[in-house]
Design a protein around this ligand. Sequence first.
Ligand code: FAD
Length: 383
Amino acid sequence: MTPTEENTTAVVVGGGVAGLALGTFLQRSGIRCVILEKHSRQYVENRQRAGSLDARGVRMLHEWGVGEAVEGPGHDSSDESIPLIVDGEEREWKMDYEDAEGAFLPQQILVRNLIRIFLRDGGDLRFEAKDIALDGLGTGHPRVRYRDTAGSTTVIGCDFVAGSDGHQGVTRTAIPDGFLTCHTHEFGYAWLTVMTEVPADPPAVMAVHSRGFAAQITRGPNASRVYLQCPVTDTVEDWPDERVWSELGTRFGEPVPRGPIGTKQVVPLRGVVFSPMRYGRLYLLGDAAHLISPMSAEGMSLALHDAEKLAQGIIHQFEKNDGNLLESYSDTCLTHTWERQAAAVSMTDTMHDSGDATYRGEFFKQVARANLENLLRPRVPKN
Ligand SMILES: Cc1cc2nc3c(=O)[nH]c(=O)nc-3n(C[C@H](O)[C@H](O)[C@H](O)COP(=O)(O)OP(=O)(O)OC[C@H]3O[C@@H](n4cnc5c(N)ncnc54)[C@H](O)[C@@H]3O)c2cc1C
């Protein structure tokens, strides 16, 4: 069958946080775009991932007129202080104004809201777009081919392709071998992450303990995600439900409310950056370009940052016929990414090295303890 041929300005591959934000920003600026998403709407809207969006991300969505995207059964973190339990003793983070502007917002709520806004405003978002293939990236008119659920093939010619299809996507693999450099740091430990039907109260609690880092973070009124530091060699079979709850209680210093457990995953902590974030007319954004330690809870925020910079570049090109912002897109985003990676490495080292010394030894434990103390409110003297 002959493929259907179409044309647009930007094809956005991947309808996650990065792709949906980019599509929304472009659409609001009158620039034509098509978002192609591999999965069904139902799947994407229910995929559990991140749980908090930092102040920059919240502010950005308001600035683009889509503040409603951060509304829903999340939790405003503005008047919360986050407890940190150090060896069983409850301490408190020093929250500055910037931290307090963030929101506890389950990622699927943000995604659901962005989809609703994009479609409501007439956006072109195609779910279940399979077998995406890119060509002509080195030319002025790249083409994106995909197959729909009926088996028909469509080829969309465009000016720009946005690769926002996550770490395992296909857009990055369309870049010729040897063009990208991949910088990786393995922290040497993993998180067991567990979705539970137990609410988190308060919405975020973290613990530093000689058995390892632990946390319980809200995912809405009736759910939370539990994180337990573990060796990278652990599997979910090593963590039956009973062990999850008893280990969380040990690291929190007291028994915790228990409840049904859903998905479990062992996620090695790592930082990854691909450089440059551009090849010809293909621009990488979000997890397709970098992964950041989940300790920093900044993956969504980095994705939004890239989406904004790319949107500004494309808008500038169209409105002012000026390609400078697009030319500097990769450098601008990489500078920001490395700044956030630096902060994430420091936070990850501090929170993990100050607990279980078996990974990096007693020297780094004491260094991490000193760093940790600077992040906490001073102890209240006991009378
Ligand atoms: C367990 C966990 C907890 C996390 N916690 C936090 C947190 O608290 N705060 C935070 O900020 N970040 C957190 N993160 C990171 C955050 O989830 C990611 O950084 C964020 O999802 C990146 O958004 P993205 O749009 O770049 O990629 P994704 O969200 O992965 O979206 C990519 C999209 O592309 C689609 N896709 C993939 N392949 C194709 C293809 N071939 N064709 C078309 N579409 C395709 C996918 O279906 C998906 O919809 C966490 C991640 C995990 C796994």
